[in-house]
Ligand binder design. Sequence first.
Ligand code: NAI
Ligand code: MG
Length: 352
Amino acid sequence: RVLRIGLIPGDGIGKEVIPAGRRILEALPASLGLKFEFVDLKAGFETFEQTGAALPDKTVEVLKTECDGALFGAVSSPTTPRAGYSSPIVGLRKKLDLYANVRPVKSVGSKNPIDMVIVRENTEDLYVKEEKTYEGPNGKVAEAIKRISERASTRIATMAGEIALRRQKIRESGAPSIHKGPLVTITHKSNVLSQTDGLFRQASKAALAAEKFKSVAVEEQIVDSMVYKLFRQPEAYDVIVAPNLYGDILSDGAAALVGSLGLVPSANVGDGFAMGEPCHGSAPDIMGQNIANPIATLRSAAVMLEFLNEEKAAAMIYAAVDANLEEGKLLSPDLGGKATTEEVVADILKRL
Ligand code: NAI
Ligand code: MG
């Protein structure tokens, strides 16, 4: 199978970590029967300065018509608002209908083991950005629309159920796990927002009640108490499904539990397309020093592969990364080590 992958380094350390993502894909053993073709694509603030568009049409077009997947580094946003600039990642999610943001959060060798996946709805909720400000009787008032649809809630919950089943299958193949069976936790605040979050809750429960999910345990949790439990008892979570805003907040919070932003991957997933994206930004404070941790990107390449149905290849990447972390000899400075980006990549490639 030949997979065509768009590479979008973006800005800052994106340019240092995306080449590492390419190298790990190229280093996968031939016995997997996988070949990769890469297309270099532009997006980000530098692209905006050069061309006037942060997300050139060509990038979208090539991804849509030629690619199976993509790796996206990070982009810098302007510190003061700039006319014509809008976030390329938000644009890509919309234009390619990447309706799920999937973020696995896993600890290695910690006494508080964590192994969860947060599945965040990516297209609606407060992020439809329909806001207005007006003069009320007592001064200015601002309002935003929170839009929840049955269709989007159903498809995100279905994806969460499928991820739970896939994780269970990997466990049954003998991979060590802290979880006994598949579990999906539905997150909402329907005690207050009975219509919007109420619909998310009801549609998610209905989707997860499907026959194919009969082995999946389903529980629900109100988002605030969820944050409490996430920090007190993170080992309790397997797969979490949430509307856009709660999912955004929970996933950055969960990332904090495993140490460094440089470790946490994500993927933006649609039907038949997956784009891996480290969850960190462009890190201008460390760019150009060859010390960026490449692991978030290497793991993002693995998440992308999982959603392109190449689970075996993904598992090999995860294992090579975990082995590097478990040994703990060649770590980048964000993890307290002294290794360069190059040295970390070389160690992981060797293990692969
Ligand atoms: P950031 O994630 O770039 O950096 C936060 C801190 O974590 C910094 O001290 C940085 O050095 C460190 N860090 C991040 N990734 C690392 C890695 N791989 N290895 C070692 N250390 C790492 O967030 P910040 O500083 O808030 O934002 C910087 C720029 O990135 C801004 O322009 C922001 O808008 C943009 N950004 C872009 C994102 C994206 O493209 N998805 C996400 C977050 C921020
Ligand atoms: Mg975020």
